[in-house]
Design a binder for this molecule. Structure first.
Ligand SMILES: Nc1nc2c(c(=O)[nH]1)N[C@H]1C(S)=C(S)[C@@H](COP(=O)(O)O)O[C@H]1N2
Ligand SMILES: [Mo]
Length: 247
């Protein structure tokens, strides 16, 4: 709806707009975003983490939105869920929460939803504009009474790579961003298998690989140590992608 640069005013706006450009230079990105806490603090100070990603009009939606990465988890457990239209699916919300949740698709669909038309940017060099709809992640985390000690939210997916689930993580700033949703619908219809049915993350200020598809569990944690190889996600662990993939 509101382009993020429109939100920037006066001198501070110019500073932030300049920093946004620095963030697009690969060498600067790797200095800022390689993941050490001091650099993360710097990156937080430089960027307006609450700014909105651009939203688009329906006539700007891409006629074709390709699927990438896993197109079907293909495990017996996932195939069984597909076979009965996810009637047995439960989304677990757990970890550093006072009220762990186990939510059916019907319960998720009954929650207040946000709809947004955004551009998906894959690091492999393609983009597509699509419409996404579902509850805010923040609503679920509040319902679960996430503890103040939580710093990250980890998404565990149904698809396996060498026997290990795809996973991703974001910090609590992005978790409560007003455009961070658990999408149940894409372009007006139930999410298809290729795009992450029944639930996928949309974290609109970050690159495509952060948008976990086939989300089965959401864990609030204080640290990413001991999860996977400790770098916060499948690609971060295995091909050295940045943990913070801000755009
Ligand atoms: N579970 C899971 N989530 C995933 C992936 C994946 O392979 N498995 N691929 C990621 C990548 S690299 C991209 S670009 C997007 C692609 O989303 P799409 O298939 O809806 O286009 O999903 C991301 N989320
Ligand atoms: Mo991607």
């Amino acid at each position: 709806m509101i382009a993020r640069r429109n939100l920037l005013v006066g001198g501070a706006g110019l500073l932030l707009a300049g920093c946004d450009r620095v963030v697009q230079i690969p060498a600067a990105r790797s200095i800022l975003f390689k993941g050490e806490d001091m650099q993360r603090g710097l990156q937080r100070a430089l960027m307006d983490r609450g700014a909105l990603a651009p939203e688009f009009r329906p006539d700007q939606m891409s006629p074709i939105f390709r699927a990438n990465g896993t197109h079907d988890p293909g495990t017996p457990a996932y195939a069984a869920m597909v076979a009965n239209q996810f009637a047995d699916y439960r989304l677990q919300v757990r970890g550093l929460v006072d009220r762990p949740l186990s939510l059916s698709l019907a319960q998720l669909a009954a929650m207040p939803a946000r709809s947004q038309i955004t551009r998906h940017d894959c690091v492999e060099g393609w983009s597509a504009i699509g419409q996404w709809q579902g509850p805010l992640l923040g609503t679920l985390l509040k319902a679960a009474a996430m503890r103040r000690s939580a710093r990250y939210v980890v998404f565990t997916c149904a698809d396996l790579f060498n026997g290990t689930p795809y996973y991703e993580s974001i910090d609590t700033v992005d978790a409560f961003h007003p455009q961070t949703i658990l999408a149940l619908k894409m372009n007006g219809t139930r999410l298809g298998v290729a795009h992450g049915a029944p639930v996928r993350l949309r974290v609109e200020r970050q690159l495509g690989y952060k948008h976990a598809k086939y989300v089965m569990a959401i864990d609030a944690v204080a640290s990413l140590d001991g999860i996977g190889k400790g770098k916060g996600g499948y690609w971060e662990d295995n091909v050295d992608y940045d943990w913070y993939a801000g755009i």
